[in-house]
Design a protein around this ligand. Structure first.
Ligand code: ATP
Length: 196
């Protein structure tokens, strides 16, 4: 069973994914894969450098994300060019892990709505919480300013958009203990549905 888990910044999806792993799921983290496919020595990094120039390789050989970010920031064309390199590499890696995993796999993908994953998910779950709750978490636990938390939230799809494509919505406006209980309930109902 392949579950897509999404949610905006500060929504609690990492907390949900971690609990599902405790319950036996294997997690694939799309953000982590996105970093792995451009590590030094990968074909991905060489492709990015061939496309965006040697200036995106930092002196220690790693990808200079800040420089790459500056280059693609203003240009949708260049962003698409970058996605065209990265997305197939990320999907290949994800598919390899899925093929080699027995049991439920949770694919944590923050930008599920914004990107178009060709993977066939059995279920899509999103984690939602009011904007102010998420901003408070980001300010208190990540040291962000409330302005930058608001800006990061505004740059992503909305909870409504994620909820529209989700089979299950987990409301994380509750205590951490309750969030784990809610996550477990969804997980068990997904497993039960699979047996029918
Ligand atoms: P990001 O996309 O930024 O990685 P996320 O959706 O993965 O965010 P988490 O990392 O799970 O969110 O949660 C953000 C922060 O808020 C964490 O420090 C987490 O412990 C805290 N948090 C999440 N849910 C709750 C909750 N229900 N009550 C209190 N704190 C919470």
């Amino acid at each position: 069973m392949l579950i897509a888990l999404t949610g905006g910044i500060g929504s609690g999806k990492t907390t949900v994914a971690r609990h599902w792993v405790e319950l036996g799921a294997t997690e694939i983290d799309a953000d982590l894969l996105a970093r792995q496919v451009v590590e030094p020595g990968t074909a991905g990094l060489e492709q990015v450098i061939a496309t965006f120039g040697p200036g995106v390789r930092s002196s220690n050989g790693t990808l200079d994300r800040a420089e790459l970010g500056r280059i693609v920031f203003d240009s949708q064309d260049l962003r698409l060019k970058l996605e065209k390199i990265l997305h197939p590499l990320i999907q290949d890696e994800a598919q390899k892990i899925i093929a080699n995993t027995k049991g439920p796999v949770v694919y944590t993908i923050p930008l599920f709505v914004e990107t178009n994953s060709p993977l066939k998910f059995d279920s899509v779950v999103t984690v939602s919480a009011p904007q102010q709750v998420r901003v408070d978490r980001l300010v208190r636990q990540r040291g962000m300013t409330s302005q930058s938390a608001d800006a990061r939230i505004a740059a992503q799809a909305s909870d409504k958009q994620r909820e529209a494509v989700a089979d299950h919505v987990i409301d994380s406006d509750c205590t951490l203990e309750e969030l784990k209980e809610r996550a477990a309930a969804v997980y068990h109902s997904l497993l039960a549905g699979q047996d029918k």
